[in-house]
Design a protein around this ligand. Structure first.
Ligand SMILES: [Zn+2]
Length: 441
């Protein structure tokens, strides 16, 4: 018999096409949602969600697990300096055990804050460790090895030959893509770090193999000038000319776009991973999310990496995204309901997984969280539960997390990973890494 989990007494915020909110029970059998709103008497595990919202797990569409160890170690720098002075030297100093510590820290933090799935870009080396961590912890992820075969001031450990970058990516794809909750994506870092030849090969191989391309685009003005001076084209227009647009492509950031580029994203169904906290912290600017949504562009949310946020927390991103667009002096822009869709079903759609996850619907995979809305900062009892989730709740209000029918956090205790051990491991591994990198901690 397959194991059953019953979540009772909660309010189910389903995120289905009608945004249905249901008072009642949610029953999980095996890895699937079996019923919604019924009244079941027993199950193998019964979770009391009194005072809680029951939601689909959050889907973050832009994260770097390999960078979690660099939290607080690259503050107050703009993108290109942030990369050259801090992040690249630290990535170059990674070894297998520091990648493992970094990925474990990131996954644990995300689960604790209700994120059940992420689309990630790792570093150039040791990406297999990130896959192993996701497999062991019960997390769901689409992961890509970072590809970079061009650029001045790139540490030698990160500078790849075009052919070996492709060969290593294909080997990881063969080994990991489609293995349970894990999928592979091609992850060229950004146009500045990749030759035309590499990007063209990625465009072709992604289509042939049926996998995603996940890259950064048009985050920062200097980056756009660098691409423009070399190619004579705007960043997104250049990627489009090489075949790196389409429904299987997720572009992180897209802060600075001209009208033609907005048109390209809309026409091709390319997904934008909006990272509002990262864009603010790196001084990159404010992405034109209002315009994107008006043109029907798919926009979802991600925290990006710990060194540019410094949290990996979807509550922070939902709230920041919703507040940031209102700087236009229009308080109706990006209302709470839209921000919550970006954090759930729209993220699932960006990953091509909206038939499987992203909403609470019978037959979907059971990625489910409960969020306590009876805290001081969410009281009195909210009349609008969606508003309470987006504007009042915080990561520490998440009580229970189920991924693929497996209980991975119960009453805030992580069940697949030892929290104290991860913190100690992170401290130890960061101290060694910063010494190998020859940088100040
Ligand atoms: Zn990023």
């Amino acid at each position: 018999m397959e194991k059953t989990i019953l979540i009772k007494n909660g309010t189910l915020v389903t995120m289905d096409k009608d945004n249905s909110i249901v008072k009642g029970e949610l029953l999980i059998r095996g890895d699937r949602i079996e019923s919604i709103g019924g009244a079941t008497s027993s199950a193998d595990v019964v979770i009391d969600a009194e005072g809680c919202a029951v939601l689909p797990g959050f889907v973050q569409t832009h994260v770097h697990l390999c960078q979690t160890l660099f939290r607080g170690a690259a503050d107050d720098l703009a993108l290109i300096d942030w990369l050259k002075k801090r992040v690249w030297p630290m990535e170059a100093a990674h070894n297998e055990s520091s990648i493992r510590a970094s990925a474990r820290l990131g996954v644990a933090e995300m689960i604790k804050g209700g994120t059940t799935c992420a689309l990630t870009i790792e570093t150039v080396n040791h990406t297999a460790e990130a896959f192993r961590v996701v497999e062991e912890t019960g997390f769901r992820a689409t992961i890509g090895k970072c590809m970079m075969d061009k650029g001045d001031e790139v540490p030698s450990a990160l500078h790849e030959e075009t052919e070996s970058s492709i060969a290593e990516s294909l080997a990881l794809l063969e080994e990991w893509h489609g293995r349970g909750r894990i999928r592979y994506c091609f992850a060229p870092r950004f146009a500045v770090s990749c030759t035309r030849e590499l990007l063209e090969s990625v465009a072709r191989l992604a289509r042939e193999r049926g996998v995603m391309v996940h890259t950064h685009a048009s985050e920062n003005r200097t980056e756009i000038e660098m691409v423009e001076s070399e190619t004579g084209q705007r960043n997104v227009a250049y990627l489009h000319s090489l075949g790196i647009t389409g429904q299987h492509v997720a572009l992180a950031h897209c802060v600075h776009l001209d009208d033609a580029e907005l048109g390209i994203l809309a026409q091709t169904g390319t997904h934008v991973a909006h990272c509002p906290s990262s864009n603010l912290k790196l001084g990159s600017g404010i992405a034109p999310v209002k315009k994107m949504l008006e043109r029907g562009i798919s926009v979802s949310l991600g925290a990006d990496g710990a060194p540019c946020n410094n949290r990996l927390d979807m509550f922070t991103e939902m709230r920041t995204a919703a507040l940031l667009q209102k700087v236009s002096h229009d308080a109706n822009v990006l209302p709470a309901g839209r921000a919550l869709r970006m954090a759930t079903i729209d993220g699932a759609r960006a990953l091509g997984l909206n038939q499987e996850i992203g909403s609470l619907e019978v037959g979907k995979r059971a990625d489910v969280i409960t969020v306590d809305l009876a805290c001081l900062h969410s009281s009195p009892r909210p009349a609008d539960i969606v508003s309470a989730i987006v504007y009042s709740a915080q990561a520490s209000d998440v009580r229970t997390v189920v991924i693929d029918g497996q209980l991975v956090m119960h009453e805030r205790e992580l069940l697949t990973i030892n929290e104290q051990e991860i913190i100690e491991e992170a401290n130890r591994e960061f101290a060694s890494l910063i010494e190998r990198a020859g940088l100040d901690g």
